[in-house]
Design a protein around this ligand. Sequence first.
Ligand code: 4AD
Ligand code: MG
Length: 477
Amino acid sequence: MTTKTVAELLSQDITLQDVTVKGWVRTFRANRFIALNDGSTINNIQCVVDFENFDEALLKRITTGAAIHIKGELVESQGKGQSVEIQVKELEVLGDSDPETYPIQPKKHTFEFLRENAHLRTRTNTFSAVMRLRSSLSFAIHKYFNENGFYYMHTPIITGSDAEGAGEMFRVSTLDPKNPPLTEDGDVNYKEDFFGKETNLTVSGQLEAETFAMSLGKVYTFGPTFRAENSNTSRHLAEFWMIEPEVAFMDLAGNMDLAEDFLKSVLGYVLENNKEDLEFLDKRLQDAEKTLPQAERSPMNLLDKIKFVVENNFKRVSYTEAIDILRNSKPNKKKKFKYIIEEWGADLQSEHERYLVEKHFKCPVILFDYPANIKAFYMRLNEDGKTVRAMDILFPGIGEMVGGSQREERLEVLKEKMKALDIPEEELWWYLDLRKYGTAVHSGFGLGFERLVMFATGMGNIRDVIPYPRTPQNAEF
Ligand code: 4AD
Ligand code: MG
């Protein structure tokens, strides 16, 4: 008799057979009904104990959080709410719990409390559903790229170049902070550090991914990235996972098509494969929003929101058009925005992005052709000389989900741009080589994985969609 998961048992239609299952006790009611969960599904299996047949001391040990092993008969359920249940024949406690101190009681806990107990929070319905969805989405991402001829590349985590300029970096060093070697000028001498130079944790794998696109054609990275921004928001982490495809011979329009098709495909995958978890999270969100004033509630429920994205075209809007819309918008005229949009060239803040997607267009929006001076050095300069072929994808409730661009493939233009921004050529000699030897149009984008998980789960705080969030003043676990 092999051990089956709860998911397998609940999907079994042949009843009246001997089964064995292991899991953690969610509740034990009336000395008779054990709700058992093993993480394989949001649902528990009900295990029915005839207490006359068991030792009282053993039954006392069946408490919330205990790990147990059950052998019994899978039978049609007498009660409501489940099709099958287990008539328990043998019962073994594998690991006791302590009902006095176990933090995950069978009641509602706040997300703040559960964050402090992140090592146990995946024993709740909400967090186990979120993590199963996270797993499913990452599988769907690899599946999409694999089926579309992309190669999966691993770009370095420790990097010697600080050129991307995507954010503050975390230093990697083995020097003694109390007594570092100094140069004649009194600065820390990083020549004596582990790598013989200054190194940091990467903020993005893009520049390296470009080298592989320019040889293998279609590639992607999916790895951890690090930003030491001191921004304590519900959408920023200091350590987050990013998916970065990069494709040779593809222009910005192709980049937008790829990003849109990709997002629809991976969200479509979870709609099909994670029904029960999504239905649970949908209901959770509706319950949570009942306490909010009508105006702050989502106009659509979670499942409809995901379906809407999968089934409708994203709106493509140039930065210039967006600025016009924003300048003429009510919150701008009535000075309700914190940052009033005065003129072309202004950087868009999240309040503006959210106005565009949530109030104006009411669907995902791809903004493109941004002013060159608010975007990174590597973006392809347009013929107008003032905008670059950049794109950001904005999602309702999330804001920026994707940032990408067509890359500057002209050596001279790129060099000039770097000079203007004081980026030393020596640091990026290899990046410039790509433009020297067989340069070509190429494009790519970065998707913040946790922001995608937020959208797919309806969770409102990015700390609740990654197992152990890293944020300012917090690196527990
Ligand atoms: O827009 P970003 O900074 O773009 C890049 O890093 C490019 N090199 C990507 C590329 O073209 N290959 O970051 C990409 C995405 C953002 O759109 C956002 O979803 C996410 O990464 N992101 C964060 N997610 C969580 N916490 C943070 N601190 C994030 N910063 C960016
Ligand atoms: Mg960005």
